[in-house]
Design a protein around this ligand. Sequence first.
Ligand code: PLP
Length: 450
Amino acid sequence: MCIQAIESNIVEFLNIEELKASVDMDLRSILPEYVEILMRNIVSKPITVDAEHFVILDGHEVYEALQLLTARKLPVVKVDIRNVSVRSLQHGLKPITINDILSAGLKGPKLPFNSFKVIVKGRVPSINISLNELGVWGGREEDKARVYNVYGSTLELLYKGWPTPLVKLNSLSSSGRNVWAKLEGYNPFSNSVKDRIGWSMIMDSLSKGRLKQILYEATSTNTGIALTSIANTLGVKTKLFIPQTVQKASDIYLKVLGAEVVRMPVGLTVESIETVDEESRKSDATHLNQFENDANLKVHLKYTAKEIDEQLKIIGVKPTCIIGGLGTSGHMSAISIYFKNKYNNIKIIGVQPAPNEVIPGIRRIETGMKWYYWVDFDEVIDIKRSEAIESAIEIARKEGLLIGLSAGAVVGAFKKLSYNEGTYILIFPDTGYKYVEQFSEYLNQYDHSS
Ligand code: PLP
């Protein structure tokens, strides 16, 4: 379909799968374009591709931003490569030619971003196309049947099962205040938010040709289960390095899934990263490193944050405040980028364990977090382990939902907030089933009501 013709160049729509990226862009270079498009809900520049193979010549950041926004169609201008000239920006290196760009798009490896500029004869038109026209909003009809793996693998349970539910919590709501929980425990493999990053990091590594036969990762359980489950569908092995502070049951889940488990003499998962890095190099294993890998933040921008936005749109409410725990800081940083740029006056609250307290899955900011420092948080609230457990027990007894300890910490943080009116979204990363040991210890010590 042609929508606009100015001089020689015409804008058409292509399915996103038809385009071939020729440059490797890091997330920080994509974010300004992503934010611009998200804020305006409009794309104002088409992507220039070669007319024969649809390799991207210009508009790489628009392509990457629209990938993150889950566009199904993209506005493109197809050009004959005889009508383009290439200015190589790789000073001191062999100049990049049009054939290098085509080869990068068709076979890889991709070229560095900003290593060349393509100049097209005739003017590339400016456009004004809404994200609705590109299929960004609204789900797909065929996903409603909840029948999976007709042609693929059990992995479809994950990405075709989204969105995870958003449920109102009556026990925390009142007139003028609505509190909703995003139940990440509905993810199929680790029953946690970590399925999302396990899938995203493995697929990213696979697409870059970097996925070896074994994965090494430092994890506190959930990422380990997610990675092992997903790796199993691809015939890849895992070796996981778990802090000694984590519940013993984790070893059993992981061993049943076929992972090799190493208990580390550390308190926090991040303290094992250097060892995992060294060991993975010695053994020719892939270390995806959830703490540094931008595929973590990306999957939450692309799906988690957008899901919440679309779910709220369906019930016709605008969020006032979103509260969630900080581990790698992946999910809450993405939620901050998305909602702070799309809406005014929305509060983003992080939750961390109080000093010297252990709450599985979350940790204190000063232990080092990559994306937390890229974005804007209004407040970070300290929660004690006992407060997290008590809040989880309260939700179980009032709402019938057996939530995990970090979800309990989020409820605890919500209760400490001073502002009251509005729509609150609490992110519950997982369920309570993995924390039998912690619940049991608490009940034996303090709770004699049951
Ligand atoms: N809660 C649980 C149970 C987790 O496993 C994690 C991450 O490990 C988090 C919260 C924090 O999520 P993120 O790593 O996205 O900050």
